[in-house]
Ligand binder design. Sequence first.
Ligand code: F3S
Length: 64
Amino acid sequence: MKIRIDKASCVGNARCAAVSAELFPLNEDGYIAVEEIDVPEGMEALARRGARACPERIIVVVEE
Ligand code: F3S
């Protein structure tokens, strides 16, 4: 499973990082720091929850 993030559209809500700071690291300005993440085994539910948590709806889960 992968996560894709439309990084340029991030407004710094930080809800994703509140779900998992490991999956959704923020940069020093509080915006999402990554564009694509390979979700480690066992973290799929957190990945989905983090994606749903973003009010901007810019986090997409890609099932493989
Ligand atoms: Fe950005 Fe959405 Fe996270 S706006 S910081 S990707 S909750």
